[in-house]
Design a binder for this molecule. Structure first.
Ligand SMILES: *[C@@H]1O[C@H](CO)[C@@H](O)[C@H](O)[C@H]1NC(C)=O
Ligand SMILES: *[C@@H]1O[C@H](CO)[C@@H](O)[C@H](O)[C@H]1NC(C)=O
Ligand SMILES: *[C@@H]1O[C@H](CO)[C@@H](O)[C@H](O)[C@H]1NC(C)=O
Ligand SMILES: *[C@@H]1O[C@H](CO)[C@@H](O)[C@H](O)[C@H]1NC(C)=O
Ligand SMILES: *[C@@H]1O[C@H](CO)[C@@H](O)[C@H](O)[C@H]1NC(C)=O
Ligand SMILES: *[C@@H]1O[C@H](CO)[C@@H](O)[C@H](O)[C@H]1NC(C)=O
Ligand SMILES: *[C@@H]1O[C@H](CO)[C@@H](O)[C@H](O)[C@H]1NC(C)=O
Ligand SMILES: *[C@@H]1O[C@H](CO)[C@@H](O)[C@H](O)[C@H]1NC(C)=O
Ligand SMILES: *[C@@H]1O[C@H](CO)[C@@H](O)[C@H](O)[C@H]1NC(C)=O
Length: 322
């Protein structure tokens, strides 16, 4: 009797941690798209197998726009692309992570500034919301071109799904961009990999409401596919999701944590779904002293490049395995 009860309890526990393999496939696909932003620019080591032409020919991505910062407009970051997969009827918006000096200066400008969406007045205002100065000020400068680029494509393809993604600081821009679309009444999916923290606790709570993260959490726990919400993928030893450290920043969204550093290609058992979106396991594992945490959590920068493939530069074969 007792062992039966244990067995039932055990199966309930394992069930609640499980999620659909479709979800993992979606995360894998989106990590490909997030990483592709490192591949489309003319950058070092780019090969004919991994550049934009190859991505078009081998993966059916129809690039409609590739953005680079306009330095005369004081933009120093925001490299990104819009591409369409016509067979799956998906429009991707992908923001590149840090690869330039401008990106790095932006990452470290971690003062907080008051936040509101740029292109709409959302139904519920974000009260006492503070966000990362570097990301938000750059976003204000460059996002208009990405936004109008997307609207041009979207106008003629309103039945297409929109997926907004990015790695590292690209994750921060993906969230800010996704919020704009969501506030305008669209239904994008936002999926980020190893993203920096973007804003304070009020901002995170507001983002969770905007993206109905509570419903999405139940839906994933019920073995359904995820769609049209905000998903954040972290690697257990990646230091970047803990940055900027301190009480001014936290995370929102549904968290999936890659729990191995032995492979770029984790199995579903190695990618843990955190159903507690109110306080992620990431935040609850912190002691308050960043330097102690780095040591006790074994945080590294190598963890930052392991998201279903080798992420970031250089873009080689191992970064584009689908
Ligand atoms: C979960 O969904 C997948 C399809 O995505 C299905 O193959 C699997 O049997 C489902 N598992 C449970 C426990 O319902
Ligand atoms: C995809 O590319 C083809 C050829 O370049 C073009 O004719 C078509 O309009 C593009 N589709 C979209 C949705 O941009
Ligand atoms: C960059 O900005 C300047 C000044 O506004 C403008 O003249 C120029 O056309 C822009 N360059 C690009 C590539 O958009
Ligand atoms: C494009 O869509 C097709 C059909 O759903 C899918 O097989 C393919 O993997 C997709 N490619 C990308 C890069 O999303
Ligand atoms: C949208 O469709 C209209 C009418 O078919 C066409 O004139 C226009 O070029 C299309 N825009 C894009 C960006 O494909
Ligand atoms: C949090 O932000 C406030 C400004 O709103 C600033 O005075 C304070 O130093 C910041 N805290 C940390 C730990 O950076
Ligand atoms: C989520 O975490 C918070 C803080 O640790 C805790 O109070 C709450 O009960 C947790 N919720 C669930 C559903 O586990
Ligand atoms: C950190 O690494 C050590 C040595 O590999 C291991 O014993 C410890 O459990 C790790 N800590 C965490 C939080 O994973
Ligand atoms: C994985 O993490 C452990 C604990 O921090 C570390 O000792 C090991 O070198 C890491 N392995 C790789 C391949 O990064």
């Amino acid at each position: 009797m007792f062992t039966q009860l244990l067995a039932v309890l055990f199966s309930l526990l394992t069930l609640s941690a499980a999620y659909s393999t479709d979800v993992l496939d979606t995360l894998r696909r989106d990590s490909f798209i997030a990483n592709a932003a490192y591949c489309v620019d003319q950058m070092i080591f780019l090969t004919s197998e991994t550049g934009q032409t190859a991505l078009t020919q081998n993966y059916g991505l129809n690039f409609t726009t590739v953005f680079s910062p306009n330095f005369t407009e004081a933009e120093v970051t925001g490299n990104s692309f819009i591409a369409v997969n016509e067979s799956s009827k998906t429009i991707y918006v992908s923001f590149r992570g840090g690869a330039s000096i401008g990106d790095i200066f932006t990452d470290f400008d971690s003062d907080v500034v008051s936040y509101k969406p740029l292109y709409s007045v959302p139904k519920t205002t974000c009260d006492d919301c503070l966000v990362h100065d570097g990301f938000y000020s750059q976003f204000k400068k460059f996002s208009g071109s990405v936004f109008s680029g997307l609207m041009t494509i979207y106008q003629n393809n309103t039945d297409y799904d929109v997926v907004v993604t990015g790695h590292s600081s690209g994750g921060a821009y993906a969230l800010l961009f996704g919020i704009e679309l969501k506030s305008l009444g669209h239904s994008p999916s936002v999926v980020t990999f190893g993203s920096f923290r973007v804003g304070n606790d009020n901002f995170a709570k507001w983002v969770n409401k905007l993206f109905s993260v509570e419903d999405a959490a139940s839906s994933v726990a019920a073995n359904k596919t995820i769609d049209q919400t905000y998903v954040r993928v972290v690697q257990k030893q990646d230091v970047v999701p803990y940055l900027p450290a301190g009480e001014n920043f936290t995370h929102a969204g549904l968290q999936f944590q890659i729990n191995t550093n032995q492979t770029y290609y984790p199995t579903i058992e190695q990618v843990e779904f955190d159903s507690n979106y109110t306080v992620s396991t990431l935040d609850s594992s912190l002691s308050g002293n960043f330097f102690t945490d780095i040591y006790s959590l074994n945080l590294t920068f190598t963890g930052h490049t392991s998201y279903f493939r080798r992420m970031s530069l250089p873009c080689l074969q191992d970064s584009i395995v689908f």
